[in-house]
Design a protein around this ligand. Structure first.
Ligand code: SF4
Length: 470
């Protein structure tokens, strides 16, 4: 049977899709990137902030079911958790749904075998779970934990993904070792909250211990290891010292803060304040010279006054983040914040978001300008998606799919190849991207493993990753 996949949303959804594809391949089914040739179409969809994109994609897939050979359309992912009944009632084109804890049902459902739904049994894959990578061959995501125990009032994820649970230490090491052996150069560790890793296993400073072990895996060439989605009050000094100590751990912290006003953070049930965050940021920069810090903020949370927003604005101005995602508050009816008073109107939210993003653009441009003349390591991604005259690469301080690129407009020595790690001299700076000349040397063989391409129906634009809601 030929099965086609489209995966929308954040890396966590992508890994779920990769596990489902792995299960299908292990059962002898063929994966196809051509939607008109698939017998079964799957979408792994997500909820806000782009619910509409998920629904549009399902409808687009339903069209392929009419004109192609597909007999079945299966919808998986967070959207199912949130709207299971509505999808089943109002979208007759959809033949089956799979929740985030039911992804092992993909094989029987594709084969037309009835299975009892068990959406509440927590699921987490392990190193022996078949998985087909859908990322470019030189980088991969790896889930180290699932679920979340934090009570953030705007977030519905714990309702779907369940209690926090870590993967076994050795399972993570085994999978990472295998990925590096396959030619992956960069591993990105993910989870709803990676900084809680190991707490449920009784391991103190579990993420630091895990990173230190991962950094020691022997590989034939340079490797990069990054973790995403740190919870601010879980960023320990031990974790920072570990990142500073090991060259393989990229100097990058992704730490969604969500706001800076103590009043709003309290209403979000996250606690802390802008002042405490500034102290933490100062400590991170002092411990890890050259570190890049990404964060995300929510504007328009219920009760956010003009004064709260000004506090946030001034905080962002003072913190000078390398990267900042700004998200409009989304009023999910199953979230605790849905019941809070003081809803902010859409126009105000829009204006606040625009102001904050304009500020960040100025900060990012100034930071990038300071890089001109610097020689940095880059991981080459491939030809630019926009023009054949440029190559795309990333510095360790640029995470895949969410941060900007380091564009290559000239090279000395061998022609660049995707997956190589080379030196580059930065010559120009733009708002979010920098441009440079690739230097000779370091042109070792690029990795040989070939990823499975997802269905070719995604919009022909740079991927937009939604709020990682952490
Ligand atoms: S926002 Fe992140 S940390 Fe907070 S409850 Fe949701 S997943 Fe957990």
């Amino acid at each position: 049977m030929k099965v086609g996949f489209v995966s929308l949303g954040c890396p966590k959804n992508l890994v779920d899709s990769e596990v489902m594809m792995g299960q299908l391949a292990a059962h002898g089914h063929e994966l196809t990137p051509h939607p008109d040739q698939a017998d079964v179409l799957n979408t792994c969809s997500f909820i806000d902030p782009a619910k509409k994109e998920s629904v549009d994609t399902i409808l687009e897939m339903a069209e392929y079911k009419k004109i192609g050979r597909a007999r079945k359309l299966i919808v998986a992912g967070c959207l199912v958790e949130r709207y299971r009944d509505q999808i089943q009632k109002e979208m007759p084109e959809v033949d089956a749904v799979i929740g985030t804890n039911e992804i092992e049902q993909i094989v029987p459902l594709c084969e037309g075998i009835e299975v009892a739904a068990n959406p509440f049994e927590p699921y987490l894959y392990h190193d022996l779970t078949p998985r087909v990578l859908a990322t470019p061959k030189h980088y991969a995501y790896m889930k180290i934990a699932e679920g979340c125990d934090h009570p953030c009032t705007f977030c519905v994820i714990p309702q779907y993904r369940g209690k926090f649970r870590s993967r076994r230490f050795e399972s993570v090491i085994a999978e990472a070792t295998r990925l590096f052996q396959q030619g992956v150069r960069e591993i990105n560790l993910i989870g709803q909250d990676t900084t809680c890793y190991g707490e449920d296993l009784g391991i103190k400073d579990g993420l630091a211990a895990l990173l230190a072990r991962l950094a020691q895996i022997e590989t034939p060439a340079e490797k990069w290891i990054r973790f995403l989605y740190a919870y601010p009050n879980k960023v320990t000094q031990k974790l920072l010292d570990t990142i500073a100590e090991h060259p393989a751990l990229v100097k990058y912290i992704d730490m969604p803060l969500q706001h800076a006003s103590a009043r709003i953070l309290k209403r979000m049930k996250r606690g802390a304040s802008g002042d405490l965050f500034l102290k933490l940021i100062e400590r991170i920069r002092r411990t890890i010279p050259g570190v890049a810090i990404r964060t995300s903020m929510i504007v328009g949370f219920p009760g956010e006054t003009a004064g709260d927003f000004e506090e946030l604005y001034q905080f962002v101005e003072a913190a000078r983040f390398d990267n900042l995602g700004v998200f409009s508050y989304s009023d999910e009816d199953s979230s605790a914040s849905y019941h809070l008073e003081g809803k902010v109107d859409g126009r105000t939210i829009h204006n606040r978001k625009r102001r904050l993003m304009a500020l960040q653009r100025k900060i990012a441009r100034a930071r990038n300008r300071r890089l001109i003349g610097a020689e940095v390591s880059v991981l080459i991604e491939g030809l630019s998606q926009e023009t054949d005259l440029l190559w795309e690469s990333r510095m360790p301080t640029q995470a895949p799919e969410i941060d900007g690129f380091t564009l290559i407009n000239d090279f000395e020595g061998a022609e660049p190849r995707p997956g190589q790690i080379r030196k580059l001299r930065i010559t120009e700076a733009h708002d979010y991207d920098v441009i440079g000349t690739l230097l000779p040397g370091g042109a070792e063989t690029a990795p040989a493993s070939v990823p499975f391409p997802l269905l070719q129906i995604q919009p022909n634009t740079k991927p937009q990753i939604p709020n990682p809601v952490l």
